[in-house]
Ligand binder design. Structure first.
Ligand code: RB5
Length: 142
């Protein structure tokens, strides 16, 4: 189960991503926002992050205008490794190296074509399980 959330700046891209997840047969839970009315990104960043940390969802996707505010918010929650990605190389590397459990995107930064490729790369790349990467991830929490 994928947790997904956005503010008004990410609403339209979230619609594209949810359609894409459905086409791929992937289940998601939408934590809002549910329209383009101005709202506050921390609400959705916290809701998705908590769903991932609690184990209700395996991974999360967050979108705001830049992806910055919502990723900062998610990374405040212990156990969350949220990666703001604007390219597929970073999306792959953050899964391999950081075992990132939440992807953040900027709805005003990336177009839907690139965003969907980033989403697929993030969801389809497993963690490397390399000892050095496990050590570094553990150091984040220390
Ligand atoms: C909303 O205007 C915008 O500030 C928000 O979507 C995001 O970009 C914040 O980091």
């Amino acid at each position: 189960m994928i947790a997904i959330g956005c503010d008004h700046g990410g609403f339209l891209l979230k619609q594209e991503i949810m359609k894409h997840l459905t086409e791929r047969g992937l289940e998601y839970k939408d934590f809002g926002t549910y329209d383009e009315k101005s709202t506050d990104y921390p609400i959705y960043g916290k809701a998705v992050a908590n769903a991932v940390v609690s184990g209700e969802c395996d991974k999360g996707i967050l979108i705001c205008g830049t992806g910055i505010g919502i990723s900062i918010t998610a990374n405040k929650i212990k156990g969350i490794r949220c990666a703001l990605c604007t390219d597929c190389f970073s999306a792959e590397a953050t899964r391999l190296h950081n075992d990132a459990n939440v992807l953040a995107l900027g709805g005003r930064v990336v177009g839907p074509g690139l965003a969907l490729k980033i989403v697929d790369t993030f969801l389809d790349t497993p963690f490397s399980n390399d000892e050095r990467h496990i050590r570094r991830i553990n150091l984040i929490e220390d």
